[in-house]
Design a protein around this ligand. Structure first.
Ligand SMILES: Nc1nc2c(c(=O)[nH]1)N[C@H]1C(S)=C(S)[C@@H](COP(=O)(O)O)O[C@H]1N2
Ligand SMILES: [Mo]
Length: 421
């Protein structure tokens, strides 16, 4: 620090002290003139506080993530979403190990590729960024999103569906790195591991790794945020969130699944009609959609025109169709889909509605380009060999729940979660 900078630091500190003494006007004055004198040569600290250098949202906007239980997980406020991109600061967060993301210096960070390869490789972040890159819009969703057990008492779409978000991700195709390393014959899986103390580890079949998995360092035009895996994360399009290893450090090429905790104890699917056995290797997320406006906890001021809007997504591909019902699924109308459509991304749908002031049950149903249709609660129940009442009582967490969701608009305009009513 040179003497000029030291002087400025003291200046700023004195300003804060004066503010505490109630001399706020004077303090603000000195701060302003200090700023004016030094434009262009600020310290990082001063720059961080000045919105001319790094912008902030309006003080009238307060949309925020909410915390799930007592853990470090948080939900995206889908009820406030517009378009298809989730602001990075509102991307949902699941950290299974710690409350805080690790504080990784990108200059020290390395990605190691080893195991059944001809040439084990170590990449610095700089080296990764020199490689051919791609940018793609993809959603991420936790397999436990919308599980009815935890969400029976949920009121808002943030609580029922907030474990999904959508970003533009930039990075290097994993296939490129694997080809650089030279995958040996007989290698059928990769095992990805994180750099944080939790050592989150997930096995991924080679076929998927070679197909569309990204090693991502960019999110929505800037480096991936610390909560999302800074400086590097895996992006495994359309697969349950747990596969997207954050703070990625190591990729081991192997010839079997390593059956880690997150793929044997957790994230397997228990089904009542399978004699206590669980479904394994069920990675891809099915077609799902939800109306984000009007949604639970909101209130319509009166009859008249409303644009019903929401999001649809599928791990299987591109959303081709979304239908909306205002009579609890008796009749369906096609909604408009926001263009262009993106593969394995949130897709915004919109439908013009004239509310007549009577009770209405709002639903959405999507279809992807594989022809897969989002199931009703009755259809899911049939598939699982249970009655629809089962979901009201079970204490078993249900992963991969993608049933059509219902919001009830009552005559006073209030909107309620009506999944099971
Ligand atoms: N290193 C690490 N990666 C992780 C996790 C974790 O706890 N540690 N959680 C996984 C789970 S269960 C989910 S749903 C996604 C969530 O990604 P996000 O926090 O960026 O939304 O990250 C996955 N990757
Ligand atoms: Mo998850």
């Amino acid at each position: 620090m040179n003497s000029k900078e030291r002087g400025r630091r003291r200046f700023l500190k004195d300003g804060a002290a004066m503010a505490q003494l109630g001399l706020a006007g004077l303090a603000a004055g000195t701060l302003r003139s200090a700023k004016a004198q030094t434009l262009g040569s600020e310290t990082a600290e001063a720059r961080a506080k000045d919105t001319r250098f790094y912008g902030e949202r309006s003080r009238f906007v307060n949309s925020a993530r909410t915390l799930v239980g007592t853990g470090p997980a948080s939900n995206t406020p889908l009820q406030d979403s517009v378009g298809i991109i989730t602001p990075s600061s509102l991307h949902y967060v699941v950290m299974r190990f710690r409350d805080e993301p690790p504080d990784i210096d990108p200059r020290q960070h390395r990605l190691v590729i080893h195991g059944m390869v001809d040439r084990p490789l170590i990449f610095t972040m700089e080296e990764l960024k020199r490689m051919p890159s791609v940018s793609r819009i993809h959603f991420v969703e936790c397999a436990g999103n919308t599980s009815p057990v935890e969400r029976r008492s949920a009121k808002t779409v943030q609580e029922t569906h907030g474990w999904t978000s959508c970003s533009e991700w930039t990075g290097v195709p994993l296939s490129l790195l694997l080809k650089e390393a030279g995958v040996q014959k007989g290698a059928t899986w990769v095992v990805a591991q994180s750099a944080d103390a939790g050592k989150h580890t997930k096995s991924i079949p080679m076929e998927k790794a070679m197909y569309d998995v990204l090693v991502a360092y960019g999110q929505n035009g800037e480096p991936v945020r610390p909560h999302q895996g800074f400086p590097l994360r895996l992006l495994v399009p359309g697969w349950e969130g747990v596969a997207n290893v954050k703070w990625l450090r190591r990729i081991q090429v192997v010839d079997r699944s390593y059956m880690m905790k997150v793929e044997s104890v957790d994230y397997t699917v228990l089904r009542p009609n399978m004699d206590g056995k669980a479904l394994w290797y069920n990675f891809q997320l099915g077609p799902k959609s939800v109306i984000t406006f009007p949604s639970g906890g909101q209130r319509l001021p009166g009859r008249g025109f409303y644009e019903i809007t929401g999001l649809a997504w599928s791990g299987g591909g591109t959303i081709r169709r979304v239908e909306v019902s205002t009579d609890g699924g008796r009749s369906w109308k096609d909604a408009q889909l926001q263009q262009p459509l993106h593969r394995i991304a949130h897709t915004r749908f919109r439908w013009d509605w004239n509310w007549d002031g009577e009770e209405a049950v709002l639903q959405s149903r999507c279809t992807d380009d594989q022809g897969d249709v989002q199931p009703s609660v009755a259809q899911i129940s049939k598939q699982w060999g249970v009655t629809t009442d089962f979901w009201k009582e079970t204490e078993t967490r249900v992963n991969h729940w993608n049933a059509i969701h219902s919001w009830k608009v009552t005559r006073d305009g209030s909107v309620q979660n009506a999944l099971f009513s």
